[in-house]
Design a protein around this ligand. Structure first.
Ligand SMILES: Nc1ncnc2c1ncn2[C@@H]1O[C@H](COP(=O)(O)OP(=O)(O)O)[C@@H](O)[C@H]1O
Ligand SMILES: [Mg+2]
Length: 629
């Protein structure tokens, strides 16, 4: 049994225990809730309208018991002295009209407050969503390395909804409950303290019971949600890895995984029903018990002439109008608990300051010839405590029209070099300059416009091929787009498709082969015509003949920019102006193809092996594995 799945006996946990399970720290909870409420203050007018209408509705609700009591007394008066005449009848009519008026007004105000609250909730929801998405766009890769994207999606959808829901429902209910209870009990105690105490006697018990139920339902719900998230993930992975699952005939295993989680989810859903029904049963019985007591004591007091029958009616009526909001304490507690734990998770993201961001005095890149320099660059991934640094003392220069080749075994730091250039991470030593300007001093947007990085893992949007290619420069001229596709050796393939450039790339480019996807990614990198072009191992799935054509075509496109080619196949780099051989983050060898061959080191050995075909075969397997993942 997974540690996530705790035993199901959550009937009488103390509140503290429940809070702990909800990941709510009692000491910080009020501050979080207050921050949620303050989100609504941004809409002062709407918030005021929601609050005032809600108070107004509560006010008219409070008027009704008194009016009903008066009506009963007036009726009683008519009964005991039938000859009181038209005056008494008229008074009764007036009271009736007032009752009617009060309930009409109450209904109207309640409707208005519901409308205003929903409007408010939706506005706050939208603000949060935009803020959250904007933050996601700016989060550094160091953050994404640590946090599962599914968690971010949960925060952006469910947690955000939790915060919004509280502003829409919880807040309004809380306001009217406080008013009903405080003003209501003041009125009652002024009339008759004993009767008031009896009328309100059910409140503490029901409130406590409902609050407890609210918390327990919340706990059960979060656990159910965890299970549902697992179900979603299993299903998602199953669909994404459909070929893998079929290939290994592991459908049985996957089915069992799904089934276990599905059953756990069902058990939790049932537990929620049991919790709710049991709590509702005790809540109802305590309420009716209190009502019976009130009738019994009240009847005696009416008989003794201490209070009128109308006053007894008033107390009974108060009980009925208090019943609903007090029972709703469960919902309020549930909604507040959700707002607190969800709010905390949403605020955590909103408060993050991305590690990689514009310096306060960041400047736009001043366009120069396009010279990229690494000066003694060192780098280690922040997360890898104790892990050896990924790069040591890397220096090189690539100018316009020049090509730098980077080769080396898997894990030697090739991609890391590529990712430092557009500042996906910051160097931990040395510096990287573009036309003499340290990349850390530049505005990120202007730096990233100048750097075209075609990455190893290719992502295609579920959109047309044209739009995928023009992704980085949607306004691009059609002729530029076609030129880029032609240079990337994919134009002929695309025009041969029935839909041409309008053909869909399919979900994650699944309708295309690995090599086709790589060539589309190359075209995408060429379109914005960046000063520095980096290809991170993007020819691994392209056949050798096409790579030759590609290299020739790229030469014309890249003759005025700095190009870095990272490759498994040495064939892609033999014409480079300089080749760096990386090993465990160090530059082990460097020079031109001819010089490296003459040095008879790692490069020369690898070249000999690849020429005989031995290494290629092994690496192709590795590449295919990458594609499946
Ligand atoms: N996001 C990351 N977080 C921590 N370590 C990483 C990360 N990416 C790569 N590494 C590590 O850095 C080293 C170099 O990786 P990488 O640059 O991807 O190698 P290559 O591209 O040459 O195969 C490897 O040891 C790898 O495990
Ligand atoms: Mg790599």
């Amino acid at each position: 049994m997974s540690p996530l799945f705790r035993p199901l006996s959550a009937t009488d946990d103390p509140a503290r225990d429940l809070l702990r399970r909800l990941d709510i720290e009692p000491r910080e909870a009020p501050a979080v809730l207050w921050r949620v409420v303050r989100l609504a203050f941004r809409y002062r007018r709407r918030f005021a309208i929601a609050a005032i209408t809600s108070l107004g509705a509560a006010f008219f609700n409070l008027l009704t018991p008194g009016l009903l009591g008066r009506a009963v007394d007036q009726t009683h008066h008519l009964l005991v002295s039938p000859d009181a005449g038209g005056g008494a009848l008229g008074a009764l009519g007036w009271t009736g009209a007032l009752v009617l008026g009060a309930s009409v007004l109450r209904g109207a105000l309640q409707m208005a407050s519901g409308y205003a609250s929903e409007h408010l909730g939706q506005s706050v929801g939208r603000d949060l969503r935009v803020g959250f998405f904007e933050k996601l766009q700016r989060l550094g890769f160091d953050y994404h390395d640590r946090v599962h994207s599914g968690d971010l999606i949960t925060r952006g959808m469910l947690d955000l909804e939790g915060v919004r829901g509280f502003i829409e429902n919880g807040l309004q209910r809380l306001i009217s409950l406080v008013l009903l209870l405080s003003v209501g009990s003041a009125i009652l105690f002024a009339e008759d303290p004993l009767m008031a105490a009896l009328t309100l006697s059910f409140v503490p018990f029901v409130a406590w019971r409902a609050a407890n139920m609210g918390l327990r339902l919340r706990v059960a719900w979060t656990r159910l949600q965890e299970r549902l998230a697992v179900l979603t993930r299993v299903m998602e992975e199953n669909l994404q890895a459909a070929r893998l699952v079929r290939a290994f005939a592991s459908a049985q295993f996957e089915m069992a995984k799904f089934d276990v989680t599905g059953r756990e989810a069902l058990a939790l859903a049932n537990q929620r029903i049991v919790t709710r029904s049991r709590s509702m049963a005790t809540i109802h019985s305590s309420y009716y018990l209190a009502m019976a007591l009130l009738l019994w004591v009240g009847g005696q007091r009416v008989q003794a002439g201490v209070i009128s029958i109308g006053q007894l009616t008033q107390f009974l009526a108060f009980m009925t109008i208090l019943q609903l909001p007090v029972r709703q304490i469960g919902m309020i507690v549930n909604s507040s608990a959700r707002a607190i734990s969800s709010g905390k998770r949403v605020f955590e993201i909103l408060d993050l300051e991305p590690a990689i961001r514009d310096a306060p005095d960041a400047q736009p890149l001043v366009k120069g010839p396009g010279i990229l320099r690494f000066d003694n660059v060192c780098f280690s991934y922040a997360g890898g405590d104790g892990a050896p640094p990924a790069l040591h003392d890397i220096s090189f220069t690539v100018g316009p029209g020049q090509t730098l080749g980077i080769v080396g075994p898997s894990g030697s730091g090739k991609s890391t070099i590529a990712q430092l250039i557009p500042r996906f991470y910051d160097v931990t030593g040395g510096r990287i300059t573009l036309d003499g300007q340290d990349v850390r001093s530049l505005q990120l947007a202007s730096l990233r416009k100048a750097v075209g990085l075609v990455q190893q893992d290719i992502f295609l949007f579920d959109d047309s091929l044209a739009r995928n290619i023009a992704y980085a420069a949607p306004e691009t001229e059609e002729s530029d787009l076609l030129d880029a596709a032609a240079a990337a050796q994919i134009h002929d393939f695309i025009t041969a498709l029935p839909g041409g450039y309008a053909s869909p790339a399919g979900e994650r480019g699944s309708s295309l082969s690995g090599g086709q996807r790589q060539r589309i990614a190359i075209a995408r990198g060429l379109v914005p015509q960046p000063a520095v072009l980096i290809f991170d191992d993007v020819t691994s799935a392209i056949d050798a003949g096409t790579v030759q054509q590609l290299r020739a075509a790229l030469q014309t496109v890249t003759d005025d920019r700095a190009t870095i080619i990272i490759a498994h196949h040495l064939g892609s780099v033999i014409h480079a102006d300089e080749i760096i051989v990386l090993e465990k983050g160090y530059i082990a060898e460097r020079g031109t193809h001819a010089a490296l061959l003459a040095a008879r080191g790692y490069y020369a050995r690898l070249f000999a092996l690849q020429k005989s075909g031995a290494v290629d075969a092994r690496e192709d397997v590795a590449d295919r594995r990458q594609e499946v993942a």
